[in-house]
Design a protein around this ligand. Structure first.
Ligand code: PGA
Length: 257
């Protein structure tokens, strides 16, 4: 059975000191005592926090990720961070989050390039896809999402363990209007079929695919019970130790059954 994953996306929240405190509290919960053997826990703080947070989670089973990466190797890209800079510091990197697509004009092609360079540098991308409300209401959302994923995954050397996909319907992010478990399962099942068609059944069976959008400690168990949903990319609730730790515990419980 695939492991579960609970990944926190802190977005542009917390100071370095607050972030470090949060990470210390979380590591107290996710100690390396073998308590969470079936759930991978990831936190993705802002770039400015990464060094501190990496120190704060030493000795725990929490992995750290970045929220973004630039698509080029190095050079005159003021303000950007390369995959090489992140490699060795963090394990994961979120790529193509809908807020990057919406506010910073990231295209499917850019998401593909970022994914390629991240993987070439040994980072584990968490590639995000998801539709806006008008696309959902228009009815053709599956094709829209599968196209985003197809472009992102084209040419990638995925093996089932080196890339994670997150389905995050834009209308569900930060709105409290979470997708139903059936809505999330429909899309995530279709994404798994796409991975199967592109890379084969074995890789599709191993690849972690998460749901994201208004997940909380109260609704996480519903998603975890669905056959294709492997966990969550969590925004708001990942900033609260109590909520996030409950989500980790629920994920673990779902896999212990
Ligand atoms: P949310 O954000 O949990 O606050 O809805 C999810 C995300 O954007 O990753």
């Amino acid at each position: 059975m695939r492991k579960a994953m609970i990944a926190g996306n802190w977005k542009m929240n917390t100071t370095v000191a607050e972030g470090s405190d949060l990470a210390i509290n979380l590591s107290g919960f996710v100690s390396s005592s073998g308590k969470f053997t079936k759930t991978l826990v990831v936190i993705c703080p802002p770039f400015t926090h990464l060094s501190e947070v990496v120190k704060s989670v030493v000795g725990s089973d929490i992995a750290v990720g970045a929220q973004n990466v630039w698509s080029e190797e190095k050079g005159a890209y003021t303000g950007e961070i390369s995959a090489k800079m992140l490699a060795g510091l963090v394990k994961y990197v979120i790529i193509g989050h809908s807020e990057r697509r919406q506010y910073f004009g990231e295209t499917n092609e850019l998401v593909n390039k970022k994914t390629t360079i991240a993987m070439a540098n040994g980072l584990l991308p968490i590639v995000c896809v998801g539709e806006l409300l008008d696309v959902r209401q228009g009815g053709d959302y599956l094709n829209f999402i599968l196209n985003q994923a197809r472009v992102a995954l084209t040419g990638q050397a995925i093996n089932g363990e080196n890339l994670v996909i997150a389905y995050e319907p834009v209308w569900a992010i930060g709105t409290g209007l979470a997708a139903s478990k059936e809505q999330a399962e429909e899309v995530i099942g279709a994404l798994r079929n796409l991975v199967n068609a592109m890379f084969g059944a074995e890789i599709a069976d191993k690849t972690l695919i998460l749901y994201g959008g208004s997940t909380t400690e109260e609704n996480i168990a519903e998603y975890m019970a669905m056959p294709d949903i492997d966990g969550a990319l969590v925004g708001g609730a990942s900033l609260k130790t109590e909520k996030f730790t409950k989500m980790i515990a629920e994920a673990e419980k779902s896999r212990a059954r």
